[in-house]
Design a protein around this ligand. Structure first.
Ligand SMILES: [Zn+2]
Ligand SMILES: [Zn+2]
Length: 257
């Protein structure tokens, strides 16, 4: 499998997964120009993408989905998420929706896909586990807290994409309205650096690569997370495997596994 985060922040989230010639995005929340530019760099166009796997109906996860709808790309989501996006963006009404049941594994061209429940303030938000020939990718962003299932999927994968959204102190000091501050820090909001790092501390050596994503531009920074990681007690071998994805329009490094 090949994986790369195109971009991840509250302004847009989109990741690319390729496996045995099958090409997919996880979320399509970046602007279409950036998505097209990334694809062009790989000699591809939107029509070459086999599917988009959607996590939930926040705009930073589906902003460019209408372009895939127009191209007839398969769009995977559970019913609640699909209905909300169809309502919010009428251009996705007649998309090639592929409706799954959260918690039920299904086959996608030889890849086992398992969408699992995550705690977030939308209808039926999911993280994903993609497994192919013993290699697994766990994708878990926009999670208010680390649940048992998030922990299980995080500990049993080769590559982990995990949110490390905010620093509580920077959030408290920010100019955001109290309601938004409460939303972000609630157990159905976003994951704090401390919660993300305590999960990382418990990762076994089978996890070869970790991407920390959805870093808040105003209430967090790559440097701050790096500092916390340095003081976390996580061993140097695991630290080398952790990549903090910049929230300022930069793709991550790619990984093959
Ligand atoms: Zn988000
Ligand atoms: Zn969200």
């Amino acid at each position: 499998m090949f994986f790369q985060v195109l971009g991840s922040s509250s302004s847009g989230n989109c990741s690319y997964l390729e496996c045995d010639g099958v090409k997919a995005f996880i979320d399509a929340g970046l602007g279409i120009k950036r998505i097209r530019k990334y694809l062009a760099g790989r000699g591809l166009d939107i029509e070459d993408i086999d599917a988009v796997f959607v996590t939930h109906e926040h705009f930073d996860h589906y902003a460019s989905l209408c372009y895939f709808a127009a191209a007839g790309t398969k769009i995977y989501a559970n019913r609640g998420t699909a209905e909300c996006i169809r309502y919010k963006d009428s251009k996705t009404k007649n998309a090639n929706w592929q409706i799954f049941e959260t918690g039920q594994k299904f086959d996608f061209y030889g890849i086992d896909v398992l969408p699992f429940t995550i705690p977030h303030d939308t209808t039926d938000p999911v993280g994903y586990s993609f497994t192919h020939q013993g290699s697994a990718l766990t994708y878990a962003t926009d999670i208010g807290k680390v649940t048992n299932s998030v922990q299980d999927f995080a500990r049993n994968c080769s590559v982990l994409v995990l949110e490390s959204n905010y620093c509580p102190l920077m959030l408290a000091r920010s100019n955001r309205p109290p309601r938004l501050k409460n939303r972000i820090s609630s157990t159905s909001g976003h994951l704090s650096n401390a919660d993300a790092i305590s999960l990382l501390k418990a990762l076994p050596p089978v996890v070869k690569k970790v991407y920390l994503t959805h870093v808040s531009r105003e209430c967090n920074s790559v440097g701050h997370i790096a500092e916390l990681l340095g003081k976390s007690g996580i061993d140097s071998e695991m630290l080398r495997r952790i990549e903090i994805v910049s929230p300022f329009d930069a793709p991550s490094s790619p990984v093959e596994f």
